[in-house]
Write a protein that binds this ligand. Structure first.
Ligand code: 2YH
Length: 277
């Protein structure tokens, strides 16, 4: 699991407006719109609810401790989406207690293992990996103008890849799995076999062969250079929640508007929308 570094996130807050416009150009929807699409929600109705929904982002000192700018960036993303969000003045247990005492609707907090949102009214949990996979799959669906019946290569069979694959199946895509650990791909195929279309899942064992064979790619690995420049075709469309990004700078220039990648924003948007359900 990738632990974000301050250098990964320090410029997110100042780039939200630009990134939102870029997303709009690439998908036809904004951060909020893509997250609403992922959760089947009407964006106009959601817009009316966000500003009265109060989220405390609670710093967590456990394990490797605080990442400078992490909580501030999460809160900035939430405020950009229209939520009433703040970084708690207190960390850990005290921060959780303060959120309850101040009647917050939700908490967001992360340790070294999980980044979660907790709805304090209805006791629901939003998991960052699950939300990230789901929202990037929804972004790919938008970029494809409908992913139904399209073959999609899911690179990386961890929690993000799993949520993405599940979402893609529910959108009617034909899912192809690839992971450098073959047993991980086999186990995921087995878990997904219960979903409609899950019995048709294909496993690709060779990464380069896989990347050469498919036009739609969901890149959910924690590795760099999974998609070499020379294998990027003219029609390839990629949604890449993986950190670090598996594509070089040159590869990003080749792909231009056919690539969506971020380190935190879309996942946080998905978590927040799922907390509203
Ligand atoms: O980055 C992480 C973990 N790798 C979980 C990621 C889940 N997809 N955690 C962030 C830790 C934040 C820190 N405890 C803080 O500043 O509060």
């Amino acid at each position: 699991m990738t632990r974000l570094k301050t250098s990964d996130i320090s410029n997110i807050s100042s780039r939200l407006v630009t990134c939102n416009q870029e997303l709009l150009a690439k998908t036809g929807r904004t951060f909020l719109g893509i997250a609403c699409h992922a959760y089947g929600k009407d964006e106009i109705q959601i817009r009316h609810r966000v500003e009265s929904f109060c989220i405390h982002v609670v710093p967590v000192t456990a394990g490797q401790g605080i990442i400078s700018d992490f909580c501030e960036t999460v809160a900035a993303i939430l405020r950009f989406l229209g939520f009433n969000a703040l970084v708690s003045d207190l960390p850990d247990t005290s921060g959780v207690a303060l959120a309850f005492e101040n009647k917050a609707d939700a908490i967001m907090m992360a340790d070294d293992h999980r980044f979660v949102g907790l709805n304090l009214n209805i006791r629901s949990v939003a998991d960052n990996s699950e939300a990230t996979g789901r929202v990037f799959a929804a972004a790919l669906d938008l970029m494809a103008k409908g992913i139904e019946n399209c073959e999609v290569l899911v690179l990386g069979c961890g929690p993000v890849g799993e949520a993405a694959a599940q979402t893609l199946l529910s959108s009617g895509a034909r899912v192809v799995l690839c992971d450098i650990h073959l047993p991980a791909a086999r186990l995921l195929k087995e878990r997904l076999s219960v979903y409609p279309g899950g019995n048709k899942i294909v496993i690709e064992e060779d990464l380069n062969m896989a990347v050469s064979n498919y036009g739609y790619v969901l890149e959910a690995t924690p590795a760099a250079n999974t998609i070499p420049d020379e294998l990027i075709s003219d029609h390839m469309v990629i949604a890449a929640p993986g950190v670090p990004l598996g594509i070089s700078k040159k590869g990003c220039q080749i792909l231009k508007d056919r690539l969506i990648h971020d380190k935190l924003e879309l996942g946080v948007a998905g978590m927040a929308i799922s907390l509203l359900l």
